[in-house]
Design a protein around this ligand. Structure first.
Ligand SMILES: Nc1ncnc2c1ncn2[C@@H]1O[C@H](COP(=O)(O)OP(=O)(O)O)[C@@H](O)[C@H]1O
Ligand SMILES: [Mg+2]
Length: 252
């Protein structure tokens, strides 16, 4: 597969000022992620995982250092330019789904397409295709409150994919689900990564989730302390590719 960097951070730091006190949430983090990677970020509470994900996703700007998304330096973009990068290049999946409660599943998924400046898809057609793919054909007109947690999270993944971004960022995506629904959500993210070539970065403190990732970035106290391939996962994936046994995206 063609190697293509979808994310690079260059020595990013983040300081939060709390009155007289400065909290160093990140103290110089350099990572690079290529197209189609399936990466976990782990580390104890307070180690900087969410801060890092927020900076990668253009939700906040670093104190020093640079962030590149799909080859573009996003560090010093204006708020409106950042909004556009987020809309086109990044799909977000949150612990508590963050769907719009007054909109149907279909309308939630169509929303990012309706907001995009370079509209690549017909919003409702694309939303329907994605929900069909995730086994939610009969749930399109339901509002989030009428769906289970696992179904809501699959709607959120469909929404994240709406504009076909090269990168999906998920912060504890299974954190508020029971283990069976969590497994379906993880399988959905894995299928997305395998079939679309979208890179997926998942922040988790769950060792069972971390064990499924191809690569693990471990954080401690605002620094990356380890960044390594997880060989078992990588080998299983390579074997599966060699034998042509790819799991289809078809989850109900
Ligand atoms: N908005 C904020 N203002 C002040 N301090 C913050 C803010 N966000 C995070 N922090 C602090 O930065 C450090 C890293 O936090 P965070 O990135 O949320 O860690 P994690 O996601 O690994 O638990 C912690 O000490 C946290 O208290
Ligand atoms: Mg966090």
């Amino acid at each position: 597969m063609e190697q293509q960097e979808v994310l690079r951070t260059d020595q990013i730091t983040k300081q939060y000022k709390m009155g007289q006190i400065i909290i160093e949430a990140l103290r110089g983090v350099s990572i690079s992620v290529e197209r189609g990677e399936f990466v976990g970020i782990i580390g104890p509470s307070g180690s900087g995982k969410s801060t890092l994900l927020g900076l990668i996703g253009g939700l906040d700007t670093p104190t020093t250092g640079r962030v590149y998304i799909d080859g573009q330096d996003i560090t010093y973009l204006s708020e409106s330019e950042l909004t556009q990068v987020r809309n086109e290049k990044i799909g977000f999946v949150f612990q508590f789904f963050n769907l719009v409660p007054t909109l149907s599943a279909l309308e939630n998924v169509a929303l990012p397409i309706q907001f995009s400046r370079k509209r690549k898809f017909n919003p409702h057609k694309r939303a329907k295709e994605l929900l069909d793919l995730f086994g939610l054909s009969d749930r399109m007109n339901n509002r989030p409150s009428q769906l289970s947690g696992g179904q809501q999270q699959r709607v959120a993944i469909a929404r994240a994919l709406a504009n076909e971004p090269p990168l999906i960022l998920a912060d504890e995506p299974t954190g508020s689900l029971d283990s069976a629904s969590g497994e379906v959500v993880m399988r959905t993210l894995r299928d997305v990564q395998r079939h679309t070539g979208t890179a997926v970065i998942i922040v988790t403190h769950d060792p069972n989730i971390a064990a499924q990732m191809d690569r693990i970035i471990s954080m401690h106290d605002g620094l990356v302390v380890k960044d390594a391939a997880q060989m078992a996962a990588v080998e299983a994936y390579q074997k599966q590719r060699a034998t042509g046994e790819m799991s289809p995206i078809s989850i109900s």
